[in-house]
Write a protein that binds this ligand. Structure first.
Ligand SMILES: [Zn+2]
Length: 158
């Protein structure tokens, strides 16, 4: 499905084709939480980088986090320089993918039937893990990708 997204001030707008539009994966890592997750976590979607069209590119900035081991993250976190809204993550390790933040999407997204909670090892102490009893939980990375999760549930958008 096509996703339409924007930052809060409207300086940056984008469209992208997404085969993985269900906002099921909640990431509690400190980068997501501090840059994009006021509620304690952020949600990324899966989309096709080749289809990403952006207006207001001059307002885009990229944040590359320094990791605990001192290395610089390969993740390029794009945000609006005017209002600070987190928009999407692109990583040259998987250059064909782009991961828009669900929070930046204006298109109504499907409601997830369940959630996956990841990076709980770096969760803020105050953040409660809310969701369904059957939700999977991981201290670090999950055992399946965004694409596999959608495929296994028949939720891939064609
Ligand atoms: Zn903005």
């Amino acid at each position: 499905m096509q996703l339409d997204g924007s930052c809060h001030c409207g300086s940056v707008r984008f469209t992208v084709e997404s085969a993985q539009p269900v906002p099921f994966m909640r990431c509690y890592c400190s980068i997501c939480r501090k840059t994009a997750g006021g509620g304690g976590y952020a949600i990324n979607l899966g989309a096709d980088f080749r289809t990403l069209k952006v207006t207001g590119k001059r307002h885009l900035r990229v944040y590359r986090a320094t990791m605990e081991d001192g290395s610089v993250s390969t993740g390029h976190r794009h945000f609006c320089a005017r209002c600070g809204s987190a928009l999407w993550l692109w990583d040259p390790t998987w250059p064909e993918l782009v991961h828009p933040h669900a929070s930046a999407i204006d298109t109504p997204l499907p409601v997830p039937p369940e959630h996956v909670h990841i990076m709980l090892g770096s969760k803020a102490a105050w953040a409660e893990v809310e969701g369904h009893r059957s939700d999977q939980r991981f201290d670090e990375y999950p055992d399946c990708s965004l694409a596999q999760w959608h495929e296994r549930r028949g939720l891939t958008s064609r």
